[in-house]
Design a protein around this ligand. Structure first.
Ligand code: ADP
Ligand code: NA
Length: 350
């Protein structure tokens, strides 16, 4: 049996926000209990949108501090930054030659991030999903906790894995891992597993607090649109109080959230923070005004984020400790990646 292995990454760019926490980091923490997990600060990805970062080292430490403060155990699992393991970039090159231009052209995140002047986007931004596939598959990871915005990239990772498996099927040695595939009626050996995205939960896509149709994002120019993990109690409280809503009371059932994106978003955030379903939240608050619901949401957000915020600040005072955690994780990650890359080089014929 192929052992489940969890991998995910976060870019060291800008402020981490509630969307990153609920869509990703909080799930990383929960998955530790029953799985082998690898969590990566994807610093190579940070170059795709902007090459020069004055504060790259601080940003890397800050994401690492968020991982640790949220409760990730870097001794039981692996926490490191991507650039320490050059095997990611090596496999990405091979995947650039597996992936088809037509597949890449369908990626909606590239279209969003490249904006109008696509000719001026970096080649790296275009190839980003191929590097992401390599990040995951260089460990032959099987499960990837991410926000909904990453769904299309994970489908691409499966397409790349499948094409590699098929194109090299007669070079791939039996793994005995139960991931074999069929060519026609013939069972053949596969090397890369089909990754499963883990996108469930009541807040797979946290939306902007100012505009319920846009996702909460690091790059939104309005700081009121997002709750940052480093926001203090006053900032959290102010942003939730000012969050856009409609004038109606909360509905009694999830059906009633249809066509009310701002209400849906706040209820989803509440549900995720309280570990409840949206239906549970509505059975508690249905019929009540936002003037009642928002203070309860503020209390919940402050209680969830306050301790993380405080621990991040404490950890950031000792950069040497964070760097040591990353170095240790980097070494362990490199050993595992190199073992697989050796096999990939053999399969290709290098
Ligand atoms: P960002 O998208 O903010 O630049 P990353 O690309 O580093 O951040 O994403 C880190 C993780 O956070 C990914 O798993 C991504 O899907 C998740 N994520 C980002 N924004 C949101 C959001 N608004 N809601 C839910 N998950 C999100
Ligand atoms: Na993203």
């Amino acid at each position: 049996e192929f052992k489940p292995l969890v991998f995910s990454g976060v870019q060291p760019t800008g402020n981490l926000h509630l969307g990153n926490y609920l869509g990703a980091i909080r799930k990383f923490v929960a998955l530790q209990e029953n799985n082998d997990c690898i969590y990566c600060v994807v610093d190579l990805h940070a170059l795709t949108a902007q090459l020069v970062h004055e504060d790259m080292a601080t940003q890397i430490r800050s994401i690492t501090a968020a991982f640790l403060a949220a409760g990730i155990d870097p001794k039981k699992h692996i926490v490191f930054n991507q650039s320490q393991v050059p095997q990611h970039a090596e496999l990405a090159w091979i995947f650039n030659c597996v992936a088809r231009i037509g597949w890449m052209n369908r990626m909606t995140q590239f279209k969003d991030k490249a904006g109008k002047d696509r000719e001026q986007a970096s080649l790296g931004l275009y190839a980003y999903p191929s590097l992401m596939a390599a990040d995951i598959l260089v460990y032959r990871a099987t499960h990837v906790p991410v926000g909904e915005d990453q769904k299309q990239h994970l489908e691409l990772a499966r397409d790349i894995a499948m094409k590699f498996n098929l194109d090299f099927h007669d070079k791939i040695k039996p793994t005995g891992l139960g991931i074999d595939i069929k060519v026609g009626e013939e069972p053949v050996h596969a090397y890369f597993p089909m990754v499963e995205p883990l996108i469930d939960g009541p807040a797979p896509r946290v939306m902007s607090l100012k505009d319920g149709t846009k996702k909460m994002s690091k790059s939104d120019p309005s700081d009121l649109s997002r709750i940052n993990l480093m926001d203090d109690q006053d900032a959290i409280s102010k942003k939730i109080r000012k969050a856009k809503t409609d004038p109606d009371a909360l509905p009694s059932e999830t059906e009633g959230l249809k066509g009310r994106p701002e209400a849906d978003n706040l209820v989803g955030i509440f549900a995720a923070l309280a570990d409840k379903s949206k239906a549970d939240v509505l059975s508690e608050f249905g019929g009540q005004q936002f003037s009642v619901f928002k203070p309860a949401l503020i209390d919940l957000a402050v209680a969830a984020l306050g301790p993380i915020n405080a621990e991040m600040r404490r950890l950031m005072e000792d950069p040497g400790h964070i760097d040591a955690v990353l170095r240790d994780g980097g070494e362990r990650a490199r050993t595992r990646a190199e073992k697989n890359m050796n096999e990939v080089r053999d399969i290709i014929g290098f």
